[in-house]
Design a binder for this molecule. Sequence first.
Ligand code: ADP
Ligand code: GLC
Length: 487
Amino acid sequence: MKIAFASSEVVPFAKTGGLADVSGALPKELANLGNEVKVFMPKYYQINEHEHGHHYDSLIGELKVSVNGHEHSVHVFYGKLPNSNVDIYFIHYPNYFHRNKIYTNDWDEDERFILFSKAVIQVMQKLGWEPDIVHTNDWQTALIPVLLKENYGWDKLFHNAKTVLTIHNIGYQGRFALDSYKKAELPPELYVNNGPLAHEGDSNFLKAGILYADIINTVSETYAKELLTYEMGAGMDSYLWHRYDDFYGIINGVDYSVWNPEIDKYIPYHYSMEEFSGKFKDKQFLLEKFKLPFNEHVPVIGMVSRLVSQKGFDIIEDVLEELLNLDAQFVVLGSGESNYESMFQKAHNTYPKKMGVYFGYSEELAHLIEAGADIFLMPSHYEPCGLNQIYSLKYGTVPIVRKTGGLADTVQDWNEYNELGQEIGNGFSFYDYSGQAMLQSVKRAINDFHNKPVWEKIQKNGMIKDYSWKHSAREYIKLYQKAVSKL
Ligand code: ADP
Ligand code: GLC
């Protein structure tokens, strides 16, 4: 199949969260399965074409992309996803994409991604490349299915193309004034007088994608069910019900060529299930990095996260004092909302030997925490998939999670057994979204940390799990086939 994959972030070029990991890995696996894949992303200021060996695509040359009645002159850079044969096209329009952040609150945020979405379509036109599947991700590219039908429907190139929209996070919908649909130059009857694309009087790019994509999916089965509820659907539940027959859940895979303690290029000591001693040394190294005293009998609890309310920081706040009074140490790596930064900074100031913090983005520290910590804490309020708990499993770092979304699908509590009565637990989990429920799980984990045979069993149950993309990429192929066979 010919698959176009459009995303606003792709590892290793630009990343704010898991979407980038998925966009850097899934296309490669799809190509390994024999498909022709082309990836599209904006060329942000931070992306240096020389560093990655990309070049200006003179074959494509200039594209005239129309937004709000103005024609913008757009250019394209071309390269390959690292260690693969997958083409990647960078949409180059400095006026929109040379900002100091990937996502902004600027007045033209809508225009940035309208232009990107149209440019993706126009690159395919310029190449005369007829896709079977156009796979879009989150609100930033969710208008593509709409544009393909309404604005570019005249072009035979797309007459057999089917569209897939993956929802990575319902919390971000691309909601703007209704006028944004006008900027996208969509037919007015679709949104004026409360037309079908209007949402509470606004435009909402994700809703538009949900109504137009041939197939919709999200990134775990449990989250797919949760999205159909009023409580968790963030206003999209009724539209998803409307598309129920075309709505699926597929758990993300992870890239074990990057996230694997046997070969991880960021960690000083490698280790595996058979030869575990490196983890112990990584723990020492990690604590030195965070200037915390080392004691092998004290568990280190790690966190790597965007500092946003989705991730459960309010319930941490509720019991922070109690957590810090446990016989454990904490290392936190995060960037995001300043109130959470100051919460952790204060905890560090009061308990400098127990709480280590780093605010900002650091690939190296993210890997080091996965390797050096004993426990990984992820008490999310909601979690579409979550990748860090899956990385943790591979690194023998026992996850403590709230049983929601992808966390529920990947972490089994140590109390859980399978139908054969075998202990399948690879972590600890709790249901109630409350500080006390989380605290009980943390206490249980610390308790079992001191019981070496039990702890090793929990670690191994996690390490033997295979969440490589192989399985999930095949699930996407099945989804594409369903899309292709639709009338
Ligand atoms: P989300 O996409 O909601 O942020 P995921 O768990 O799916 O959550 O993915 C988060 C990804 O971002 C992981 O690869 C994680 O290591 C990375 N990450 C998050 N915060 C940071 C940070 N401050 N520094 C480095 N990597 C981070
Ligand atoms: C989103 C979700 C996260 C998921 C990631 C990749 O950012 O918050 O749970 O793992 O997308 O699909």
